[in-house]
Ligand binder design. Structure first.
Ligand SMILES: C[S@@+](CC[C@H](N)C(=O)[O-])C[C@H]1O[C@@H](n2cnc3c(N)ncnc32)[C@H](O)[C@@H]1O
Length: 404
C-alpha cells in the first residue's frame, strides 16, 4: 500500500529556514531572528507549495511577457542581511519601497512592534492589493500599503526613522532625502555601475545634504520601474555570451563584439583568496578604479560554458575588464580546502600589454585588500569641490563618491 509522504508543518519548515540563515552567519540580532520565527511566509505566497515557500531561495511571483522577473519574495538570506543593515527598532516609523507579497513589511512590523508604524509602497495595483490582503490575513492589518511610484515616497507619514528599498535603484530620488529623519538610516540596493553591479548600502544621514555608507552587501534585485533610465548596454560576444557594460565608458561596441575571436590565454596570478576573507568587493573595486580599463559583467549560459566559449568565476558575476577588443575575465581555481587562487582569462590582439595591465591591477588589489567601500551620497546640486573624496558616480539626483 502506498504511504502518503509526510509533509512538514509550516512551523518546523520555518525553524529549518531560521537554522539555515543562522548557519550562514547572517543573523546579528535576536530581534531579526525572532521576526523570521514569527512571520508565516506561506500565508504571503498563496498557491506556492510549503517546501518552496520556506526554501532559502527567491520565489518569483510575477513575470513580464518576455519572462523577466517583475516581482518576487526575495531570498530570505538577503532579506535578513538587509534587515540587519537597517537596524529597525521598537517604536520606529519605517517606509518600505517594493511591497511585493508583503513578507518584508510583516517582518518590519514585528521589528517595530505596536508602538512603531510600517508603510510599504508598491507600484503595481494588483500586487499592492495582494500585499494588503496577505498582511491583514496573517495578522498585520496595521501595515499601510500604498500603491504608487516608490520614488515619490510617502510624505503623508514622513519623517521616517528607517527607509528600506527592496527593488534595484539607480538613484536616490529627492523624496527619500526629504522623508528620511535627521538621524535616519536608508538601506537601498543601489546599482553602482551600468553592468548591473549592485550593493545593498546602509546610508546614515550625517547632514541635510550628506549620507554615508560603510556597509555594503552583495545582492541582485529586480530593477525599480518608473525610475530614470539606466545606462546599461549589452554587447553580444557569442551565442549566449553577453558583456554588460556602462554607457558612460563610451565603448567601441563593434570592436568589443569581436573580443572572443582572439585566442584565449589563461593566467594564474599566485594571489591567494581564502574563503573566510572578504574578497566580495573585488568587482566593485575594479569597476570604480582609474586603471584606464573598463569594467563589465560577462553573462554566460551553462550551455555556452559547456561549449568552452567562456568560463568566468561565478563569485563576482562574470567580472571582466576590457579595452578596445581586448577582454579579460576573472577566474579562480582551488588551492586547498580553504583557499582559491585568483586568475584571469584574456582574449586580446595585443596580449602582452593587456595581460600586464590586468595582472598589475589585481596585484594592487591584493596588496590593498580593501574590505568595505565608504560610499558618500550628496544631492546632485552639490558643488564638486564639496564632495567627499573618492571615485565619482553621477546620477540625475545624486552624486556618489566611493573610497576604500
Ligand atoms: C524584489 S520585490 C520586493 C520583495 C519584497 N519586499 C519581499 O517582501 O520579499 C520588488 C518589488 O518592487 C516593486 N517595484 C518596482 N518598481 C517600483 C516602484 N517604482 N515603486 C514601488 N514598487 C516598485 C515590484 O513591483 C516588486 O513587487
Amino acid at each position: 500500500m502506498d504511504t502518503i509522504p509526510a509533509v512538514a508543518a509550516p512551523d518546523s519548515l520555518r525553524e529549518a529556514l531560521v537554522a539555515k540563515i543562522d548557519s550562514l552567519g547572517t543573523f546579528r540580532s535576536q530581534a531579526v531572528r525572532d521576526a523570521f520565527r514569527a512571520v508565516p511566509r506561506h500565508e504571503f505566497l498563496p498557491g506556492v507549495d510549503l517546501a518552496t515557500a520556506y526554501a532559502p531561495k527567491q520565489v518569483v511571483t510575477k513575470r513580464a511577457d518576455d519572462g523577466t522577473a517583475v516581482s518576487s519574495a526575495s531570498s530570505p538570506n538577503i532579506v535578513a542581511i538587509m534587515l540587519e543593515q537597517l537596524q529597525a527598532a521598537e517604536g520606529h516609523k519605517v517606509l518600505e519601497i517594493g511591497a511585493a507579497t508583503g513578507i518584508n513589511a510583516a517582518l518590519l512590523s514585528e521589528l517595530v512592534g505596536p508602538s512603531g508604524a510600517v508603510t510599504t509602497i508598491e507600484l503595481s495595483r494588483g500586487l499592492a492589493e495582494g500585499a494588503r490582503a496577505h498582511l491583514a490575513e496573517a495578522g498585520y492589518p496595521q501595515v499601510k500599503v500604498v500603491c504608487r511610484d516608490g520614488a515619490l515616497g510617502a510624505p503623508e507619514g514622513a519623517p521616517y526613522d528607517r527607509i528600506i528599498v527592496t527593488a534595484g535603484a539607480w538613484d536616490i530620488p529627492a523624496a527619500w532625502w526629504q522623508q528620511l529623519a535627521a538621524d535616519g538610516r536608508l538601506v537601498v540596493p543601489l546599482r553602482l555601475h551600468g553592468s548591473g553591479l549592485t550593493r545593498s548600502l546602509a546610508f546614515d544621514r550625517t547632514g541635510i545634504a550628506r549620507m554615508v555608507s560603510t556597509n555594503a552587501a552583495t545582492c541582485g534585485f529586480v530593477p525599480m520601474r518608473g525610475d530614470t533610465e539606466m545606462g546599461e548596454i549589452h554587447v553580444r560576444l557569442a551565442d549566449e555570451v553577453t558583456l554588460k557594460i556602462d554607457d558612460e565608458d563610451f565603448p567601441d561596441e563593434a570592436s568589443l563584439a569581436r573580443a572572443l575571436t582572439h585566442p584565449a590565454h589563461q593566467h594564474w596570478t599566485g594571489i591567494p583568496i581564502r574563503h573566510d576573507e572578504e574578497a566580495a568587493h573585488l568587482d566593485l573595486w575594479l569597476a570604480t578604479g582609474t586603471s584606464g580599463l573598463s569594467f563589465g559583467q560577462l553573462s554566460v549560459s551553462d550551455a555556452a560554458r559547456a561549449l568552452g566559449l567562456a568560463d568566468p568565476a561565478r563569485q563576482w558575476s562574470g567580472a571582466s575588464l576590457y579595452q578596445g577588443s581586448s577582454l579579460a575575465y576573472l577566474t579562480v581555481r582551488p588551492v586547498d580546502d580553504d583557499t582559491d587562487e585568483l586568475g584571469f582569462t584574456t582574449h586580446s590582439p595585443a596580449p602582452h600589454t593587456f595581460v600586464g595591465q590586468v595582472d598589475s591591477l589585481l596585484r594592487q588589489w591584493s596588496q590593498e585588500r580593501p574590505a568595505q567601500p565608504r560610499i558618500t551620497a550628496h544631492p546632485a546640486t552639490t558643488p564638486h569641490e564639496h564632495l567627499a573624496p573618492g571615485a565619482l558616480i553621477s546620477r540625475p539626483k545624486t552624486l556618489l563618491t566611493i573610497s576604500w
